[in-house]
Design a protein around this ligand. Structure first.
Ligand SMILES: C[S@@+](CC[C@H](N)C(=O)[O-])C[C@H]1O[C@@H](n2cnc3c(N)ncnc32)[C@H](O)[C@@H]1O
Length: 259
């Protein structure tokens, strides 16, 4: 079971589906704050106002990843530079981080925050994006793609509506890597890569890594995502080349600090 991510997810969904999830989330997170913000209220508000939801197997992991993301974003506010997210979907993580920026600076309305997405869903998955843990009757590995091109499409106008409190946020609609031509030539203090797949993860690193400010942070949401192995392969391939250390968290995230 533990080598088969699909079976593992089915198992977690079945054992967790009747559990009192709100009770568990309160027990784990209720005392946690980011600055003045109560983390669990912030998380709940951003989930509901963007219409984002997590399946039962992801309940804890999703909240824990949001906490890590918020804490590193808060850290990055002390580092001069622009901020970017690759992979926006409905704007959940962009809203959470924007609320943190506004908590630290009441006048902040999205300045120097760049959100990059096709707003047409995933690009075409490649061989690195397949789960290869299954063997057919002859013992040969059979690649399985859990998602296809176009999954997670969500229209830009709705995302803009979800983030309307931050009118200075810049949206960049298009495919990675071509859309990077649209970005200003600046240094970056914070980059969140949450694109699920091998190629856009690798290409995002190739673009942002050489442009990171001293002390800047890059977070990969998909370093060890059970359904998206490509997010981890793209990251690993890049860091093998540049030979820089990074942190791996049990949440599935990987974090690089440009120190
Ligand atoms: C997991 S979602 C992002 C989740 C989001 N950060 C949140 O807070 O809910 C992945 C996003 O990556 C985008 N994406 C995937 N491949 C892409 C590519 N090659 N170019 C641009 N966007 C891409 C998809 O459109 C999708 O919105």
């Amino acid at each position: 079971m533990e080598h088969d991510p699909i079976e593992k997810i089915k198992f977690l969904n079945s054992v967790q589906s009747g559990a009192p999830i709100d009770f568990h989330l309160k027990t784990i997170f209720s005392e946690i704050k980011i600055g003045d913000l109560d983390f669990l209220s912030l998380y709940d508000q951003c989930m509901s106002s963007t219409g984002t939801w997590a399946p039962s197997w992801k309940t804890f992991r999703r909240a824990q990843r949001a906490l890590t993301l918020g804490q590193y974003f808060d850290y990055s506010l002390s580092v001069p530079g622009s901020k970017a997210e690759c992979g926006v979907l409905r704007g959940f993580s962009a809203l959470l981080t924007s609320r943190i920026a506004q908590m630290r600076d009441k006048n902040w309305t999205g300045e120097n925050y760049h959100l990059i997405d096709s707003f047409a869903g995933l690009s075409e998955p490649e061989s690195h994006d397949a789960i290869n843990n299954f063997s057919d009757v002859s013992g040969n590995k059979v690649p399985i793609f859990t998602h296809k091109a176009g999954d997670f499409a969500f229209p830009l106008t709705k995302v803009q509506n979800n983030l309307q409190s931050f009118p200075k946020i810049r949206f960049h609609k298009g495919w990675i890597p071509e859309i990077f031509l649209d970005l200003p030539e600046v240094e970056w203090s914070f980059v969140h890569i949450d694109v699920d797949l091998y190629s856009p993860t690798l290409k995002s690193l190739e673009y942002f890594f050489p442009r990171m400010a001293a002390g800047g942070v890059i977070i990969n949401d998909d370093y060890s995502s059970p359904l998206f192995p490509g997010g981890g392969s793209g990251w690993t391939e890049f860091f093998d080349k540049v030979k820089k250390p990074f942190l791996v968290l049990d949440t599935g995230q990987a974090i690089y600090i440009n120190k």
